[in-house]
Write a protein that binds this ligand. Structure first.
Ligand code: FES
Length: 231
């Protein structure tokens, strides 16, 4: 393993749906792809792996595939990693200038700064529940994954994003096995307790219509807030 590695990181769930293409583009450039959420290899796991294999320095670069988005929380998570791995010899250098679109060349390291330890995984901006009215669970258990759940999840996420519903009207979460595997791939719409399966890629438009209609009703989750587990 090289002593220095460029880590290209996507941040949004929507971008993670393009993980195969993103990973391929990064590999072609001799870099390593990570995602901060959704499909793909997570940044913290990859930093742990690189530290364990003797890499000395990482250049961390934010990538926005679809549209420019704030990227500062990428540095926050990386500083949190530095704070929680005091034994690691790996230096993390952060390039704040984000790459827009699939990277076609290795980003410049000019202007990168070394991240210092900081326990920075909380922020006033991350206090509230989003105003979503529905929570859609897409099963990524072994049977559902074998029958196309990854492609289904990617297409559904992209369609909801296109409709400006993702994270505003509906939260989409991938889960492990939810048990009715014979109906794979399985999707659940909450809080309606609506279980659907098998759901194929061809069903995405109809499913998105159904979710969009459901999002016209109900109480936004933000009105309830987060309770203590012991409340
Ligand atoms: S693997 Fe999806 S319900 Fe079991």
């Amino acid at each position: 393993m090289s002593q220095s590695v460029t880590l290209l990181a996507t941040l949004s769930l929507a971008d993670s749906y393009s993980w195969p293409e993103f990973n391929e583009a990064a590999t072609r450039l001799g870099a390593v792809a990570v995602t901060m959420q959704g499909s793909g290899v997570g940044m913290v796991e990859q930093l742990d792996h690189l530290a364990a294999t003797g890499v000395e320095r990482v250049y961390l670069v934010p990538v926005n595939l679809a549209e420019p988005l704030p990227t500062s929380w990428l540095g926050r998570v990386a500083r949190w990693w530095v704070a929680h791995r005091p034994e690691a010899q790996l230096e993390v250098w952060y390039q704040t200038k984000a790459v827009l679109g699939l990277p076609t060349e290795l980003p410049s390291q000019q202007g990168a700064r070394r991240l210092q330890a900081k326990d920075s995984l909380t922020s006033p901006d991350w206090e509230q529940v989003p105003p979503v009215r529905r929570h859609v669970l897409v099963c990524r258990g072994p049977r559902c994954s074998a029958k196309g759940a990854a492609a289904l999840s990617a297409k559904l996420g992209a369609e909801l994003y296109r409709r400006d519903l993702l994270d505003t009207g509906v939260l989409v979460t991938q889960t492990g096995c939810m048990y009715p595997c014979n109906q794979a791939p399985v999707v659940v719409i909450q809080p309606d307790m609506e279980w659907l399966g098998p759901v194929g890629e061809d069903d995405v438009a109809a499913l998105a219509d159904r979710i969009e209609a459901a999002c016209q009703e109900g109480v936004p989750a933000s009105s309830r807030g987060v309770s203590q587990a012991t409340d």
